[in-house]
Design a binder for this molecule. Structure first.
Ligand code: ZN
Ligand code: ZN
Length: 168
């Protein structure tokens, strides 16, 4: 059983002693989990597959979860689905190290939490939008234009064409 404080810490020692090519699935599922201090995920689901290679243990991770983001246009919270996968090598020694510089620790326990978090954050959009056609907020009265039209059309007044119309 994984410890509740480190739910992503797994013992992979037995895989290191197996034949090259063998692999094992470690499934993870949480209704709600917080990665780091600030990444709250719901319906977290996925598999870490750990396989034996001559150079080390290869982790192939494939996860999905939901997180709450705020739309930059209408400022409403919305649910966003994250899907992310990645591959990393926990090398047996320095010679086989990859760019990530991961070495299989001597006790053969690896904690996937930090890596899961970093890769998940890459999937979070920098400017989240609740839906592609989000109408945003009225800049005059703040009305959420997805809910109703307040009747203001500031863009009409500000556009160069409106001024041109006044001149004519
Ligand atoms: Zn929106
Ligand atoms: Zn308005």
């Amino acid at each position: 059983m994984p410890s509740p404080k480190k739910p992503f810490r797994i013992n992979v020692g037995f895989i290191a002693h197996e034949e090259i090519g063998r692999s094992h699935d470690f499934p993870f599922a949480f209704e709600k989990i917080v990665l780091g201090d600030d990444l709250e995920l719901r319906n977290f689901d996925g598999i870490a597959n750990i396989g034996r290679t001559p150079q080390g243990l290869v982790l192939q991770a494939d996860f999905s979860a939901e997180t709450t983001l705020m739309c930059v246009r209408c400022l409403q919270d919305f649910e966003h689905e994250l899907d992310w996968s990645f591959t990393e090598l926990y090398a047996f020694d320095k010679r086989s190290e990859t760019e990530s510089e991961l070495i299989l620790p001597e006790d053969a326990h690896i904690d996937l939490a930090e890596m899961l978090r970093e890769y998940a954050l890459l999937e979070v959009p920098i400017s989240p939008i609740c839906k592609p056609d989000c109408q945003g907020l009225c800049i005059e009265c703040g009305q959420n234009l997805n809910e109703k039209d307040c009747g203001h059309h500031p863009e009409d007044n500000d556009s160069p064409f409106a001024k041109l119309k006044d001149l004519l």
